[in-house]
Design a binder for this molecule. Structure first.
Ligand code: ADP
Length: 374
């Protein structure tokens, strides 16, 4: 099998000229996020957003030259908004030998300036209930009288459209910003509203890097007390870059008891520590199995593991959510459990967790900013 390298790709792209700027894409530093997987290539071309649609021929040309490389099966180039001075820190073509330097307090507030607190919900791996938790917590925050939005940035498996039963495309009033969809008292936006479900993962790779930034900037969120961001699962480059670029108030880590045992949650913690994002705490999902017939709780995977682990790691344990069929069915039916059965023990767990998160956000806001190197 022919192996394709980043160098091969950059070499080809160095022959593509930006007609307006008169230089090639590589020397202008416009190429980033190159991903090569089994002959499929993806990369981003960073452009000034104002130039937007006029650059479609350039994007196509870039794809065409790369497609000519022997062994390349498919190419997906995406135009992404220019990242200005952050670019060199975050460009994965160079980031391997650079440490992230962003600090939570030092990030630009140009992204969604009227959103008071951006809260990331993350997990060490997929399928632990991160999205279900993010949505039910976001709704619980609205029940406390807060103005809340939810941004599903899980580019690999956006589930918000299903969980709130919305399939319409967001509209734009001014041709520049997208209006979030309003449902259940929340302002909602999902990468799933914008990207067709069958878009290959390779396409998503480069997009994920700037997707969160763009969705903060290009969506008319308006005034919000909190924006809950459902992050892509895992702790790889993409997640790290996302956490680094956005002014997060803090991060919540969702994990299952097994996940805690397998250290995945710890990786999540370390990732946020690396980029100086405060960890608001750990949620243990599917902690206790509650029998749908008799209501009897059973601790299939043992109990208290997450709490002990959180204690050991010096982060807050925000609470546990039982494993119950109703949580899955309501989630799949597009009617979140905190609204569908507000009196259930599950809904109470979500509400308690939301209160604990909000308390910690408040504490973080009052805490003096961390001084680097201390
Ligand atoms: P992730 O975002 O981590 O991939 P999801 O929130 O999509 O996970 O959850 C994965 C599946 O597990 C979904 O079908 C969801 O309805 C179900 N689920 C999540 N939490 C629970 C729970 N506490 N009890 C039962 N099912 C759950």
């Amino acid at each position: 099998m022919v192996s394709i390298s980043k160098e091969n790709i950059l070499e080809k792209l160095a022959a593509v000229k930006d007609p307006e700027l008169g230089k090639d894409l590589v020397s202008l530093g416009m190429i980033s996020d190159i991903i090569i997987k089994n002959g499929n290539v993806g990369f981003s071309i960073e452009v000034d957003p104002k130039r937007g649609p006029s650059l479609e021929p350039l994007r196509k040309e870039a794809e065409n030259v790369v497609r000519k490389i022997p062994g390349v099966l498919s190419v997906s180039a995406v135009l992404t908004a220019h990242r200005g001075i952050q670019k060199s820190e975050n460009n994965p073509t160079t980031s391997k030998d650079q440490q992230p330097v962003a600090s939570a307090s030092g990030k630009s507030r140009e992204l969604a300036p009227d959103v008071k607190n951006i809260i990331a919900v993350a997990s060490g791996k997929g399928g632990v209930g991160k999205s279900t938790t993010a949505l039910n917590v976001a709704i619980s925050l609205t029940l406390q009288g807060l103005k809340v939005g939810i941004l599903d940035a899980d580019i690999y498996g956006p589930s918000l459209p299903r969980m709130i039963d919305v399939n319409e495309k967001p509209k734009s009033k001014d041709g520049k910003t997208l209006e979030p969809i309003e449902k259940y008292g929340l302002k909602c936006m999902s990468i799933g509203f914008l990207v067709p479900e069958d878009t290959p993962t390779i396409w998503r790779g480069p997009m994920v890097m700037s997707a969160l930034e763009q969705m903060l900037k290009d969506v008319a969120w308006g005034n919000l007390d909190a924006l809950v961001v459902d992050m892509p699962p895992g702790t790889g480059d993409a997640q790290l870059t996302m956490s680094q670029r956005v002014p997060l108030a803090g991060a919540v880590i969702v994990s299952t008891p097994q996940d805690i045992a397998l250290l995945d949650a710890r990786k999540g913690l370390n990732m946020f520590k690396k980029v100086n994002v405060p960890v608001l705490g750990i949620v243990e999902n599917m902690s206790t199995f509650i029998c749908p017939k008799c209501g009897e709780p059973t601790d299939i995977f043992g109990t208290g593991g997450a709490e002990q682990e959180a204690l050991r790691l010096g982060v807050d344990f925000l609470g546990g959510i039982p494993l119950h069929r109703d949580i899955r069915t309501t989630s799949d039916d597009g009617t979140p459990i905190v609204l569908e059965s507000p009196d259930s023990i599950h809904s109470k767990s979500y509400r308690d967790i939301a209160s604990a998160i909000w308390e910690n956000v408040d504490k973080q806001r009052k805490a003096p900013p961390a001084i680097k190197g201390l």
